[in-house]
Design a protein around this ligand. Structure first.
Ligand code: NAD
Length: 252
């Protein structure tokens, strides 16, 4: 039985995780960390990781970039494996997580759904096949409470495609400020925010007289929660290293 602590337990994803883990027999939530502490609740919720009376097997983090940055020190000190799902991290935290992976197991993915990670593989293949003759535009849509833009997933898809091309692209986020024709080395990234959209990503490959579209639509948060819990169970007992959905997909 894998003992999981959830940072951001009171949030939308934290609550989806709790509902999901309650139905599983291979893991359990032993504690939560959130701004609104409730140490007498079941499971108990603490205001910081340091207040937890015992160290869990794995930490799942769906919180805020500031909270993720703070968790790195605790995980290093306690050799605690961590599944990092929070997006919009600053470069310093990204680097700190890379260093942490030298001490303990770190699993990080801007999108925990299997489908998006398959989409990334397909996008890599498309870039390698189509080349610069096809203009790439990434469009993502999320609910009106999402604060970072473009989404971590859109950036992840862009990075995958840029890497597959041998780093041929520059990202363009805003076309209203500069009036000029599109360059073949541009990759456009566009964010839409509204209502309760869980998460939609579309990649357009626009070529001469044809457009190829790859897309993924998440119907509920459960798809991310499921991936995060599977990652936590996968990570428990693993040695130091930086793991991603690719490692878990290879394993399954
Ligand atoms: N990787 C993925 O697949 C995936 C999927 C969905 C969301 N996300 C990301 O996960 C994060 C959380 O998403 P959400 O929709 O649950 O957000 P949310 O705002 O509903 O929940 C975040 C929770 O974190 C808590 N929190 C914030 N700062 C904290 C701190 N310093 N210490 C402790 N707790 C703190 C908040 O109180 C809140 O309860 C976001 O960055 C989002 O983009 C990632």
């Amino acid at each position: 039985m894998v003992k999981i602590a959830i940072q951001g337990i009171n949030g939308r994803m934290g609550q989806a995780l709790c509902r999901l883990i309650a139905q599983r027999s291979d893991c359990t939530v032993v504690a939560g960390i959130d701004l609104n502490a409730q140490p007498d609740a079941v499971p108990p919720v603490y205001a910081s990781l340091d207040e937890m009376p015992c160290v869990p097997d794995v930490l799942i983090d769906f919180s805020s970039p500031a909270a993720t940055a703070k968790a790195v020190g605790y995980c290093a000190e306690h050799t605690l494996p961590v599944v990092v799902c929070t997006t919009g991290l600053d470069p310093e935290t990204e680097q700190a997580l890379q260093r942490l992976a030298g001490t303990t197991a770190v699993f990080k993915s801007a999108n925990m759904s299997m489908g998006i990670n398959l989409l990334a593989e397909l996008a890599r293949k498309a870039v390698q096949t189509l080349g610069l003759a096809y203009d790439i535009e990434v469009i993502e849509k999320h609910h009106h409470n999402k604060v970072d833009a473009p989404s971590g997933t859109a950036l992840m898809l862009a990075e995958e495609m840029n890497e597959a091309s041998g780093h041929m692209y520059e990202y363009v986020y805003d076309r209203h400020a500069v009036r000029k024709a599109r360059d073949v080395h541009e990759m456009g990234l566009h964010a839409v925010r509204g209502g309760s959209i869980v998460g939609e990503h579309e990649i357009l490959f626009c070529g001469p007289d044809e457009v190829i579209t790859l897309s993924h639509s998440a119907a509920s948060r459960e798809v991310f929660a499921n991936g995060a819990v599977n990652a936590a169970v996968f990570l428990a007992g693993k040695g130091p290293g930086f793991y991603s959905m690719k490692d878990m997909m290879r394993h399954e």
